[in-house]
Design a protein around this ligand. Structure first.
Ligand SMILES: [Zn+2]
Length: 76
């Protein structure tokens, strides 16, 4: 199934948006995300965000460790 605007026939860039990005006409509810799809999508997004934050924390921990090692090396 293709999700296109019934008014201007452009593809729906964001199905979470109740209005068409191009012609600003309301998009029929059946073309938008269903509540289940929306929830699945939100869960996926928050999972990705958590992974990203974890990765970010690991990087900063690594930087801290490296900095400490350099400090110790310089002191001895
Ligand atoms: Zn449109």
């Amino acid at each position: 199934m293709k999700y296109t605007c019934p008014n201007c026939k452009k593809p729906l860039a964001n199905r979470a948006r109740p209005k068409c990005l191009y012609c600003d006409k309301p998009v029929p509810a059946e073309l938008l995300f269903s509540p289940i799809e929306r929830r699945t999508r939100e869960q996926k997004l928050s999972q990705e965000r958590q992974q990203y934050e974890l990765h970010d924390r690991q990087i900063s921990q690594l930087k801290e460790t490296t900095a400490k090692r350099w400090w110790q090396f310089w002191r001895s």
